[in-house]
Structure formats: C-alpha cells, structure tokens
Design a protein around this ligand. Structure first.
Ligand SMILES: NC(=O)c1ccc[n+]([C@@H]2O[C@H](COP(=O)([O-])OP(=O)(O)OC[C@H]3O[C@@H](n4cnc5c(N)ncnc54)[C@H](O)[C@@H]3O)[C@@H](O)[C@H]2O)c1
Length: 360
C-alpha cells in the first residue's frame, strides 16, 4: 500500500493532461504540473489549468519547465514530495515525426529518461505513462488486446512510445521498487462538459475532430477523407474514439491501482471498445450539432491503418474502468468547447460560471 497524495503531472497544460488534472483535483489529489508550452498556451501560467482551477475551485502548482532541462526538473523535485508521476509530455504529430525524427526521439525519449532519473534520485517510484495504440502497428487481429505484439510500428512518433515502454520494462526489471502503469490510449476526443477546456493544438494537427470543427466553423472549406475503398462497412477507416473525460478517469483508476497493489509494470488499453468509421463520425457530428461538414474523398495515405479498435476487458477487470460516454457525447462536448472558444484559449472570451467574463 502506497498512500498517494501529491501527483506530479508532466505536459499538464496539454489536451489530455489538463482534463486529467481536473479529474485528479476532483478525486482529492494535490497536483503539481509542468509544461514547456511546445503545444499548449501559456507564458508563466497555463491557460488551460487556469480554467481547470476555475471549474474545480482548487489550486494547481504550475512550473514552466522543459523535461530536457534535468536541472530544473531536479529543483522542482527538491521543492515538493511527489507520491506518483503521470507522464503526458511528448510531441505527438505522426507526420511531423517522420520529417523531424531526431527532434522527436530527443524530446520524447530523453525527456522520459530524464524524468525516470530524477524520480529515482528522489525515491519516487510510481509512474503512469501515456502510451498509444500506435505501438501495435498494423493489427494482426481485432479487437486488439494488450498481448497483441508490439514494435512493428509504422511511424517515428509511435516508435518513441514503443522504445519508452521497453525502457520502462528494463527499469522495472532492474529495481523492484518501481510500480508503473502504461496506458495505451486509442483516439481521445471530446472535451469537459463545461465547454471551458478542450483540445487547442498550437502546432500543425491532422486529428479528425479538430479538423471537422475547423470545417464546421468555416475556417477550412472541407474535410479530406483519405480512402473510401477499405474493407470496412462504408469503405472509410475505422478507429476507436474515447471521450477525454473517460480517459482522465482512467488515470485516476490507475493511481488507485498503484496505491493498493504492487503492479511492477502493467499495460492497459483505454478505448471505448467500439470501432467507428470516419463517415459514421462525420454523420454523428452533423446530427448532434446540426452543422454540415462538407468533405472530399482523397486517395489512401501511405501507412494509414484500415481498422483499429480495442478490447478493454483488462482495464475493466483490473482497474474497474470502462468508458461511459458515447460518440454523441464526444461530439456534443467538443462542439460546446469549440463554439465557446472558436480561437482556443488565446483570444477567446468566455463567460465563467460566476457570470464574469475572462479574456485570455
Ligand atoms: N491525443 C491523442 O490522440 C493521443 C493518443 C495516444 C497517446 N497520446 C499521448 O498522450 C499524451 C498527451 O497527449 P495530448 O493529446 O494531451 O497532447 P498535447 O500536445 O495536447 O499535450 C502534451 C503537452 O506536453 C508538452 N510538452 C511536450 N514536450 C515537452 C517537454 N519536453 N517538456 C515539457 N512539456 C512538454 C506540450 O507543450 C503539451 O502541452 C502524449 O504523450 C501523447 O503522445 C495522445
């Protein structure tokens, strides 16, 4: 039994990180977060985490810090006692990772190694790691279970996750004190139901939902759908979309697991367990929001996977976690965030729950 009170969150200003911080605060944990704002908005403070504090009425201690700066990381660990770390910070664009492999390897792998080194130095051995379904590569069978082979990855970003999982294995094997859970996310979408926090990428993105929203808001003329000749019900690719708040709760469940059991290293899929095609997604979005999303069909993209969805039985059995929200919830909540914040955190004007207007 390890009592977990204070959690250190890397990449806390980002999309999943900020939603997870909210769930951690609501579950009663104290949170210290860092981010270097490579893909989030802030200067000394994080815009997303300001909103999280507004929603929860609780405080988050935040440092602007790059994981590549091991000295600053060590100083932060000197100032606080952390019982567990949740490691979100990473660069995550598949396309960019193919063009800038060395930057991705350096940021994601050296960043993770610095973190593990500083954790060991400060005798903090509990970790929850953000992995990804990309580690599975092209599925040999569906739905994918955690024992599906990994490593046959089709892109550099996915390889950074695979290599880090291997590093975590070696780390746990070298010292029994470590207690690590690696969560393989499928396709996180949606936003917190308040509409105050959501996905606000500051670098190039190609994820489906932000792209659809750009089209729906009239900022892009049409959505490009790559491939309509896959062996799926309507010919478009199939993915497993999971609401970001379900994902956030998955981290709280992982912390509880680490708190009550010696896990060594455990891996769990976090997805909805449902496969949804791109066209089904677009139709659901149109139905929920009442907004048309014009699209064009393009040729398949090299390296794209036809169909990918999770078996999440293990997370249900071991963590007591299962996704609660459906695709309609994901579309509704995401659209609320987009319409309340058409320009993301930067230039948005929002009405807070106290009725005050905040400018960012
Ligand atoms: N969103 C997805 O589709 C998805 C799917 C599977 C796995 N993941 C993983 O989940 C994690 C969170 O993803 P997200 O969607 O919230 O991405 P995000 O880009 O919104 O958040 C990541 C945050 O980490 C920060 N960061 C990056 N490098 C850093 C560094 N060296 N030091 C400090 N901060 C740094 C970024 O500024 C950003 O705020 C990532 O590890 C990502 O690879 C995401």
């Amino acid at each position: 039994m390890t009592n977990i009170k204070t959690v250190f969150v890397t990449g806390g200003a980002g999309y999943i990180g900020s939603h997870c911080v909210l769930s951690l605060l609501e579950a009663g944990y104290d949170v210290v977060a860092i981010d270097n704002f490579a893909n989030s908005v802030g200067q000394e403070k994080a815009a997303s985490l300001d909103r999280v504090c507004q929603i929860t009425g609780k405080e988050v201690i935040f440092y602007k810090c790059d994981l590549l700066d091991i000295q600053q990381l060590d100083e932060i660990f000197n100032k606080h006692k952390f019982d567990c770390v949740i490691h979100f910070a990473a660069m995550k664009s598949v396309g960019e990772s193919m063009k800038q492999p060395l930057i991705y390897y350096k940021n994601n792998i050296i960043g993770a190694m610095n973190l593990l080194e500083v954790m060991a130095l400060h005798k903090c051995y509990q970790l929850v790691f953000s992995s990804s379904c990309t580690v599975y590569g092209n599925p040999a069978f569906l739905p994918i279970t955690e024992d599906h082979p990994i490593g046959n990855v089709t892109n550099v970003y996915g390889r950074t996750k695979y290599f880090i999982e291997e590093i975590l294995k070696d780390t746990v094997n070298s010292d029994q004190k470590w207690n690590i859970i690696s969560l393989r996310y499928f396709n996180p979408v949606g936003a917190h139901s308040s509409g105050l926090i959501g996905e606000d990428p500051t670098t190039n993105f190609s994820n489906l939902m932000p792209y659809i929203a750009q089209v729906a808001l009239g900022k892009k003329t049409s959505l490009s759908i790559y491939g309509e000749d896959y062996a799926t019900s309507d010919g478009t690719g199939i993915r497993d979309y999971v609401h970001v708040m379900d994902l956030a709760e998955g981290h709280v469940a992982a912390l509880k697991k680490i708190q009550s059991n010696k896990v060594d290293l455990k891996v769990y899929n976090l997805g909805s367990g449902q496969g949804t095609s791109v066209l089904e997604f677009v139709k659901t979005f149109e139905k929920v929001t009442g907004v048309k999303v014009p699209y064009t069909i393009e040729a398949r993209r090299e390296g794209d996977i036809e169909s990918m969805y999770a078996n999440c039985d293990l997370a249900k059995k071991d963590l007591g976690w299962t996704a609660k929200y459906n695709l309609e919830d994901m579309c509704r909540d995401f659209w609320k965030w987009q319409t309340m914040n058409p320009n993301g955190y930067k230039k948005s004007e929002t009405t807070t729950k106290n009725g005050k207007t905040n400018s960012h």
